[in-house]
Design a protein around this ligand. Structure first.
Ligand code: NAP
Length: 314
């Protein structure tokens, strides 16, 4: 039996759907049934139920966005750092393998070759970065799993949410046997306030930057496949290969969904951060080739975006 934690959440629901489709036996456990955030109650539950694998889709995300984490620091720290550590230790004590949903938001920017070798560029809004992205995309690379997070409490500035996610990874690394699955800006064909494609359509103004993204269904399938196909434990960037700018995504939305409203971009980071946002935002490009080398293929991001928009369900 597989145990699913955080099943009531946006990502947890997608795990439930896919596990059901696959005919897998699973238990979706909520904190209202067992307070799995407390070591003793979690340990006792695991000892008696003995799951073969645990999926941790629980965490504190902040609603409607990460700005809410800045004023709920205790919950954010508890959900994203302390709880994963509790779970890691309980799983290690009982020798239960598990997978943890982490985030790509612990990185900022991308690797770029401006002509003098590879460097990390945190500010992808620079005109020279945009020019290279347009004309020589081979000169841009994402962060891979060997790289240290650069949008974290150890490499500030970062949002409080990102800081706790990065610290969460540190807290569980090398404890027992687990996957760390890094999700990045989920989207799919189902209109939902948590869906990136819905968010873009509802923003008063759109923030234009580059990002890697994860189709929610592709993400969940890749995570489940990594377990069922016995991919080695460790950290994986579970993003659709490639990256897109928000402007490109908006263009696809305009072409396919033909929304009636006009869209406007924030003119600069200064305008965005003085008027539109509280916490610093992570914008980053991820390298998902480790997952591919392990035998798990995800469709390229442009393909997944087009498919989601062509099947758009209100
Ligand atoms: N959505 C995104 O944009 C995104 C992007 C990257 C990574 N992630 C990560 O993906 C995971 C799931 O995110 P989500 O969007 O599905 O979040 P969500 O919709 O808020 O659901 C998270 C679930 O976790 C449980 N939970 C909430 N607060 C908790 C706390 N303080 N301690 C322990 N459990 C708590 C709740 O389940 P019960 O009350 O039923 O137990 C809740 O339904 C999180 O770890 C998040 O950091 C999300």
């Amino acid at each position: 039996m597989i145990l699913l934690l955080g099943a009531t959440g946006y990502i947890g629901q997608a795990f439930q759907t896919e596990l059901t489709c696959r005919g897998e036996r699973f238990v979706a456990l909520s904190r209202s049934q067992v307070d799995y955030t407390k070591f003793q109650s979690l340990y006792d539950y695991l000892k008696s139920s003995r799951p073969s694998f645990i999926i941790n889709a629980a965490g504190y995300t902040g609603k409607p966005n990460v700005d809410a984490c800045e004023s709920a620091k205790a919950d954010t720290l508890q959900g994203n750092t302390l709880f994963p550590q509790v779970l890691a230790n309980a799983c290690a004590a009982l020798e239960i393998p598990w997978g943890h949903v982490s985030s790509g938001c612990i990185f900022a920017g991308a690797w770029i070759d401006y002509g003098n070798g590879w460097v990390v560029e945190k500010d992808m809004t620079k005109p020279e970065f945009r020019a290279i992205a347009k004309d020589s995309p081979e000169k841009i690379r994402g962060f891979d799993e060997t790289m240290t997070p650069n949008f974290s409490f150890r490499d500030e500035p970062c949002s409080f949410y990102s800081g706790t996610k990065a610290l969460g990874e540190e807290a569980i690394q090398d404890v027992g046997h687990s996957y760390i699955w890094r999700l990045r800006i989920p989207f799919d064909e189902f209109d939902n306030p948590r869906n990136y494609l819905t968010k873009i359509q509802r923003y008063a103004k759109v923030y234009n930057n580059f990002n890697s993204l994860s189709h929610r269904g592709d993400f969940v399938n890749a995570c489940l496949d990594s377990w069922f196909q016995k991919v080695p434990f460790g950290t994986y960037n579970v993003t659709n290969p490639g990256y897109v700018s928000t402007a490109e995504v908006l263009e696809m939305i305009m072409e396919t969904l033909k929304p009636e409203r006009e869209f406007e971009f924030w003119k600069s980071d200064v305008e965005f951060y003085t008027t539109g946002a509280v916490a610093a935002r992570s914008n980053c490009i991820m390298d998902s080739s480790k997952l591919l080398k392990a035998g798990i293929q995800m469709p390229i991001v442009h393909h997944s975006l087009k498919t989601a928009l062509s099947k758009w369900i209100l």
